[in-house]
Design a protein around this ligand. Sequence first.
Ligand code: SIN
Ligand code: MN
Length: 293
Amino acid sequence: MKLTPEQLEQFDRDGYLFFPGLFTPEETRTLNEAVPELYSRREAYNVREKGKDAVRTNFAAHMYSKPFAKLARHPRMIGPVQELFGEELYMHQFKINGKMAFEGDVWQWHQDYGTWLNDDMMPTERAMNIAIFLDDVNGFNGPLMFIPGSHKKGVIEAKHDLTTTSYPLWTVDNELIGKLVERAGGKEGGIVSPTGPAGSMILFHSCLVHASGSNLSPWNRVSVYLSLCTVSNHIRRHKRPEYIAHRDFTPIATLPDDCLLKDYPVDLPWKDGLPASAMQTTSVPFDEMKKAA
Ligand code: SIN
Ligand code: MN
């Protein structure tokens, strides 16, 4: 899939592109059907909502679930990002976010690159987020909210919020959000929410400021997020476990376009459980480790 000059211009201006219904219902079903069993596992890679059993985020399913391993190599997602950066990509993070009916909690206002810089020492913002809706997303089930053009601010000062939800996040304060929204058009487009059928895809800049509200509706809002990083921009620190911030910087080799509907061989290195190495962390950056060795 090649981006048009208009799409490239739109991405530069707004910081995101929306592709409604990019994957067919048949393709999306292969993924959605695998989610309940993955969420039922009592494993570190399933982070549950604060005080609840509902899964907030499942990490790294592409390492142990065949349908998601195929999705992680899908040319409809990898192709445009590779084209935008003109470089090969590796998988920095892979999430299936639940935002389950009645239970799904908020994601505070943040930039993803803020976390990747502060926690993982990713050198620059040459990384991209892709979201795929596995359920229909509407105005009621906690859609993503973006502040168009906010990626142009670069890295914004953030606070490490360890209390609001069950998942630590580097968040942007309300006063600055107010200013950014005003600058982006206030009530006239200062916040946008791409909504659409299951199978829709959003591609968004790693500095785009985003959030989502809670899901009080009776409809799940399961979405997959791929965070794709250019190989030369790989992280420099392993402060977070490997199932959250990956350490294999091998370029992604894509599968054919029909890979969700046909059988292709994929590697599933964690299919028998998380290796102990995937839980290990260190606060020392790589270059300092090398100096000490
Ligand atoms: C995220 O920002 O990483 C997730 C937001 C969401 O799932 O609503
Ligand atoms: Mn995010």
